[in-house]
Every structure is written in structure tokens, then in C-alpha cells.
Design a protein. Sequence first.
Length: 901
Amino acid sequence: MYQSVRSKDLLLSLFLIITNPLFSGTTGKISGVVSSSETQAPLVGVNIVLDNTSLGTVTDSLGTFTLLNIPPGNYSLQASMIGYTDYKLEDLIVKIDQTAIIDILLTQRSIEMERITVEATRPIIVHDISNSQINITSDEITDLPLDDISDVLGLQAGIEGLSVRGGGSRESLFQVDGLSYNDERSYVPYMSIPLSIIKEVQVQTGGFSAEYGNIRSGIVNIVLDEGDKKKYRGGFKYRHSPPAPKHFGRSLYSKDSYFLRPYLDDVVAWSGTGNGNWDTYTRNQYPSFEGWNAVSYATLNDDDPSNDLTPQAAQQIFKWQHRRSGIIDHPDKDLDLFLSGPVPMISSSLGSLRFIFSYRDENEAFIFPLSFKDYGDRSILLKLTSDLSLKTKFNLSFQSGVTQSVSPYNWKTTPTGSYLRSTYEVANILNSSSGNSILFMPGYFSPTKIDRRIFGLKIDHMFSEKEFIEIVFKIQSNAYNTYQTTLRDTSKAHDILPGYPDFLVDEAPFGYWGYGETGIDGMNIGGWMNIGRDSSRISTTQLKIDYTKQFRSNHQIRSGLGVTLNDYNIRSSANNPGMSTWNRSMDYDVSPYRIYAYAQDKIEYKGFIANIGIRSDLSNGNTDVYELGDYDDLFKQGSGNDLEISSEKRSSQPIYAISPRLGISHPITDRSKLFFNYGHFYSEPSSSYRFRLQRESNGLVTHIGDPDMVFEKTIAYETGFSANPFGEYLLNVSLFYKDITSQPGWVYYQNMNGTVQVNRIENNNYEDIRGLEFTLKKNMGQFVTGMINYTYLVQSSGYFGLLSQFQDPNMQRDYESLNRYESKPRPRPFLRSVLNFKSPKDLGPKVFNNSIFGGWTSSLIFNYKAGAFETYNPQGLPGISDNVQWKDTYSTDARLQRGSH
């Protein structure tokens, strides 16, 4: 539920919750029982020590012990007690948010036996997980033929690109060492993290515990490596892919392509596509064209003798204006390097101060060139770690990065910080009307750059082996620059027509030209181009304080408190000097904030594990709300420029939400379990929905947001089954359902005479997502590892109320007579598989102490997705939709690599 509350109500809620302990999910836990091997009785006072750490404890009266706040990794654990042989457990793996349970049997000491050393058995089934969750180690990442964290995530069940279980990219949290990497302007995550310094990745696609908020789809939790206290390490990886097409089949720039064939194919180019030389089927595949003979005739018979052209000359001008070849002439590159170790000179005096430094430079060509030919991202990251004492650990991190791409916004919506990244996003911007200009006019979309700075501080303090506090502080700043390309040289300096020395042309469609101009075929080559501008600045400050305490061996109570302060200085616009109505601006300066608190109990018994929690969230736009009527005169031309001054105002109200969370895991046997989870999940609408005030240059208000928008809401259910059917294989099957409401949508309002034409935001959209996920994984094995997963999603969406409100009753009646329907796209299941083959390290003869055939790793990735559906209904028959399907897609990636040893 959600409702408006006063500040004192929030403070009371926070007080009630912070009296419970807190927790943050970047570490794991070890617990177990120590007993006598002879009597099976629990042993009291056994010393438990985790090697190479400051962590240790003793067993209690029941022989149980717990170690908290353990970073993910491989450890050795020792147990010792006077009168008993020392016990050492090696290769004990700790993972994020998981409990490693071990039972130890100590043997009475004998002269012949000083120590028992045992290698830990890795559990296939993790019983304390009550949701769909996967932990990916650095070794698993190294084996993959991938170079980007988003590609690694994209192999998991339920994930496509940045979409988790059908949700938008802004519905998921991307967290690095406890720091949120989501851009608070759009909440889309920044994912430029070098793979070389990742220690472990945890991916959750459902059933999030109460500590996680402002998300509704998924969590990516990354823990970075830290420098060694004594040794220096370093490495680099460079990927170079030669220039090559990003597609199969014919190029969009081929003379036989949709946009060029009618003008270049001699069969129809001169006399037109309707001359009968093409059959009906072929004509329907291309634009209609009257032919160059007709174009020439028109120039020869008008009143302007300076534009007279022969048919051949007219075609030559067309070729000049479509001269962009689209050839990818530069390689894809990815450089990833790192260096780590103790900080020279001062390490020993500052708590074994150590560092890890990384640099990443990525360039990937677009499927066809735009105002930039490629996507680029450069970043540096520095992490310092110090053990201030045996109980206190300190982490300081800084990341700086620059992203270079293209803004997809062009007129009706001014830039909001989003940019083009994936091949699908770029390919999807083409259409039959403006595709000609997009392909052949380099400046159609505006170039954009985003500079990011992220500073993080994290302090862990252990009060005892069963309780610790964690403080996380972050400052992030983003600077956006969406700008005008180089101005067009309009001098007539290019001789493109042999035999016509007096007929010269400029460089169009290259260069920026803000005034309307069309090419010889009617293609737009000026005016409607490079419209987006953005010089916005935002800064984010976040503070989290977490505290954990283990009560007995069965309850881990945790709760948390945090605040996020944002400062938005938004300067976004659409600029065009040739058409004033194309000039639109969106400017606002606001400082909204969020506060949250949660409490949770992890209950652990051998036959029953439960996570029960509750979370409270408060959001406040912290700005003025304009009290305007639906068809207010202040929305009109002229009046809109004075809206902030003339409108009645009130302060925005806090919005409050309560989120119950429940997760249950029920081990059926030691090789199988059932799990179920349920929860309410809320997220803020993005800032452009809440604070947008967009106007044309004449003052006409086109869009106005609402700072008092309620949270977007998802109620999610999931049930699943995990089993170890045989050997080292893990089988996971899960069914899920998401009931999504209160998503934002624009509603259009128009008054009687059309002088008010404004879009107002409402929480009026809904969505239902249902699905099945299947995963079979083998992540243990000396020679063969891998996995295969399958995802089936069913989605439907729609809206409540009406999307248009006309003051004219006749227009409103006509609108309401339209047949509104719920969107139900046909499912497109997808499948992924990964196979890794490794040769023994000592295989074959040795050269320079290295086995020729040893240490090789071969990796193979296979992807499949069902083809998209479209509607083919040329006769407009009712009830026909999604009756034509594109071909299914398949792809394979492979890599062969060898490391020295």
C-alpha cells in the first residue's frame, strides 16, 4: 500500500525499525556444529579460526559456532581443543548471502595423529536460498569467451540485455561493493566494470529480501577483488576484432536495398516503379518512385533554368546525397588491465594498506554508423583496502568514466540521459519514413557524452564474532553533454556532374544544417536533424548503516536504514533554428530524497529455512507542485512561459510504502529442495516523469510531470524446485508471476479550441508477467563444466482510464468509441548453453617446463530465440493479429585459450 505521510510519521517508523540489527548483502556466513567422533556429543569451547583472516570464535554450550561478515572466496578453517587432534578444513567456499554449513568431528589426540586435514565438500544444493539466485565466480567468468559484464549476465535464465523477467532496465539494481551504480536520473545502471577485478557476481531474478529497495525486477551484486597484502599482481587483456559487418545478408547500403533499389535499378529507375517491369510482389517491397525521366522533365519545365537536369544528372545528384557507404572501417577493441598489491612505503604502517587499480577502454562499432560510428566507454577504478585493526576494515574506492554514444531523442521528448548501446537498439530506430535520413545523414541523431564520477567509502567493524556494523557512503556525479555536430559547409565546391562545370553542390547531407532542406528524392537533409541538446548535471549522495547479529544458531536478525539525496540540474532541449515549434525545453532544479528502513529474520533449521522481512520506503520530490486545472489557461502559448510565477503552488507530499517479504526453502532430501517467495516491491518513477515541465519556445506547455506520483508497484510470486539428480549437476525449475500496477503513462488533454494541448503524467499503466525458467548446470568438474537454460515468458499490458481527454464532447465521444485493447504479445522463448572443456595441466610433452597440450580451455556459447511476430492484414479484417513470424535466431561464440602455469 502507499499513502502520503508527514515527516514525524516517517521518523517514528524509522525509530521502531532501527532498534533491530542491520545487514548488507556483500558477504557470507559460516556456521556449524563440533562434536566428538567417539561419543557424538557436542564439544564446548572449541577454538574456530578462519586462516588468513582476523575471524575466529569458540563453540557454545550446544557445540555450535557462527562466523559472520566473510567476503566471498576460498578459505581454510581450523578447529582445535586441548585433548583433541587439530582439524583443518581446506577449500571451504563462501558465497554472497549464503551460509556455508559444516559439521566437524574431533578425534581424541593420539601421538601418531597431530592434525586431520580434510578438503571441504562443495554442496550442489544450497538449502538456505529461497529464490532464483546464481553466484558466478571469477574462474567461471574467465572461462567465458566474453568481455563485458552485461554479456555475462545475459547468459542467465530470465535475462535479456538489461531486462530481467520482462522488466525494464531501470527496474533492476546494479551494485558494486555495496554501492549502487544506477544513474539516479533514469535509474538505468552504469555497468562499466572490468571483468579482471571481479571476485564474485551474485544475480537474483526474484524473491529479494527486505534489505533491497527501489527495484522490481532484478539484482546484480558484484564484489571486487582487493590487493594482496604482500604480493603484487597484474595483468591485461586486449581484444581486437577486425572491421566486419555486424549483420548477415545484404547491406542496407547495397544498391539493391529497400532505400536505394527503386532509384538505381535500371529496370525501373528511369521510367518509374509503376512501369510494369516489376511484378506486384516486387513493387510492394519498395517505395514508389516516378523515375528519373519524370524528375528531369519537372526541372526542365519549371521557371528556374538553373536547376535543369538530364535524367542521368538527376541520378548522379541522388548518388552524391546517398554517398555514405555504411562500411565499418575500424575495429572493435576492448582493453582491460589491472595492477594490485600493497601500497609502497606506507602499507605496513596503515593496516596493510593495499590497492587494486584497473583501466578499461571499450569501442564497439554500431551496426550502421550514426553521428558517432561506435559506442565507446573509458573508465579507471581505484580501490584501497586497510585493516585498521583486527576488528575494523576500511575500503575507499573511486571510479571515473566517460561514455560516448548517440541520443535517440529528437523532438517531442527532449533528451533524458538515455543513449543507444545494443545492436538491437540501433537497428530498431530505422523505419520506412525517416530511415533514409538516418542511414545517409550522419547528424540525424545527436552525439552524446556522459562523464561519471563515483566515490565510495565502506567501513566494517566487528563487535564480536556474531555481530558487526557496516557503514557505506557514496557520492556520485554525472555530467551530460548532448550537442550539435560540426556545422555544414554550404559553399558550392563539389563538382559531381562531368560536363557540367557550372553545376556545383555543397557537402549535404553531411554536417549540421538547422533549416529545412530536402534531397532530390525528397529525403530530408536539413532541419529535422541533430535536434537534441542536453547539458544537465546531477549529483547523488547515499548513506547506509547496517548492523548484523546472530541470535543462537537459528536466527540471524537484520535490519537497515539508509537515505538517498539527489540534486538535479536539468537543462534539456530540442533546438531547431528553422522551425520555432520544434524548439522545446525541459529545465528544472530539484533536490528530491528517499529514506528507507527494514527488518528481517533469517530462520535456519535443517528442514526449514525462512526469510521473513518488512521494509518501509519514503520518497519526497521536495519541490513545488503546480495546482492547475486539466485545461488551464497557463498551458497556452504565451502564458506557459510564466507558469512557475503565475500558478498556485503547494509543497510536494511524502509518499510512503510498506513492503512485506517472505521466502521459504524446504529441503526435501540432502539432494533436493522446494522454495517459495512472495513480496511487494516498489520503485520511484524516473525523474523526467515526476519533474518534467516541457514547453515550446512560444510558451505552449506540452508535458508536465507530477512530483507526488506514487511508487510503481510489483507484487511477485515464485515457486521452484532444485535438485542434484546425479553427479555434479544442479537442476533448477521455477515458476513466477508478477502483478505490476501504477506504472507511469502520459494522458493527453485538449481544450475546446485546441489552444491547450498538454500531456499530463498519471500512474495508469499495468502489466502482468508470467514465466517458466529451467536451468541445468555443472559448475564442478576437472575437465567439463557448463550449463543450459530455457526461459518462457508470457506478458500482457494495458492502461486504466483514458489516454486522451477532450473538452469538446463530440471529440471525446469519437475517441471513446475506439476499440481499446490489452496488449498481449506472443511469447518468444529463448535458450542459452555454455560448455567449457579443459585439458589436464600435465598433458603431453613439456617445453620450457610447460606441457604442450596441458592447460587449454575451450569455451562454446550457444544462443537461441524464437522469432518476433507481426500482423499481416492488408484487408483490415477484424480479429487478426500476430499472424506472421520472423525466423528464429541462433548464434554461437567460441574461444580457445591457454594460461601458463
